[in-house]
Design a protein around this ligand. Structure first.
Ligand code: ADP
Ligand code: TYD
Length: 208
């Protein structure tokens, strides 16, 4: 895909501060006069938001990992077609709270090694990676207590508990090495403003 815009994703375990940092980055870019779309996964388009409710609410064993790969990828395809791609083609900066790396981790690692299936479906149906991925890294205990404090109905993955979050953290750090050209790892266990400075230092060189 040829694209004049900039595609930035935030990744990390639940409660690491991705949404906070995505919002702060979007605000700062807007202040600088940059045309920004701030979006999230699962969701980010009307159809994908409907799929979001299916995958994030209910029992942790509601879907098999294989079914989840299909649902998250279906949501992503709709989000890409309707929101991300048009914005990039219009030259905008797209800030996305989670993208395909989350499927590589949560569906690819949490219940057996399904990474090859995740990657195959991604290649077939998505085929796009962010220009820059900011991994907000932090210890799962802190992340989980932050996430639980929010007390929402979207707890299917948070209910998997601390051991899964530990595996996710290690997995994300390994992914950052695998895709070293687009990943930047940022220490999330600091004041939000301090984290935001590191985010800005990573993003600003990409703005033309
Ligand atoms: P995520 O999107 O990664 O799940 P959020 O941005 O929603 O994380 O943050 C989870 C919770 O932690 C929120 O209540 C948020 O206000 C709080 N939070 C975010 N960043 C920080 C920080 N740097 N220090 C302390 N609390 C934070
Ligand atoms: P999110 O709303 O970002 O939650 P949080 O703010 O707690 O990080 O994401 C909701 C959950 O969806 C999160 O636990 C991770 C999960 N998820 C997947 O399992 N696969 C995916 O492809 C995506 C995008 C998210």
């Amino acid at each position: 895909m040829s694209r004049p815009g900039l595609f930035v994703s935030f990744e990390g375990i639940d409660g690491s501060g991705k949404s906070t940092q995505a919002r702060m980055l979007a605000d700062r870019l807007r202040t600088e006069g940059v045309d920004v779309i701030h979006t999230r996964e699962p969701g980010g388009s009307p159809g994908a938001e409907e799929i979001r409710a299916l995958v994030l609410q209910g029992d942790p064993d509601r879907w098999s990992a294989e079914t989840e790969i299909l649902l998250f990828t279906a949501a992503r395809r709709d989000h890409l077609e309707r929101t991300i791609q048009p914005a990039l083609e219009a030259g905008k900066v797209v800030i996305c709270d989670r993208f395909a790396d989350s499927t590589r981790m949560y569906q690819g690692l949490s219940r057996g090694n399904l990474r090859a299936k995740v990657d195959a479906l991604h290649d077939l149906m998505i085929g796009v990676e962010p220009d820059l991925t900011l991994l907000i890294d932090m210890d799962p205990e802190t992340g989980l207590s932050r996430a639980k404090a929010r007390n929402t109905v979207e707890e299917r993955f948070e209910d998997f508990g601390a051991s899964l979050q530990e595996a996710m953290r290690a997995g994300f750090l390994a992914l950052a090495k695998e895709y070293a050209d687009r990943f930047r790892v940022i220490d999330g266990a600091r004041e939000a403003d301090t984290v935001a400075e590191d985010v800005w230092a990573a993003v600003s060189p990409h703005l033309t």
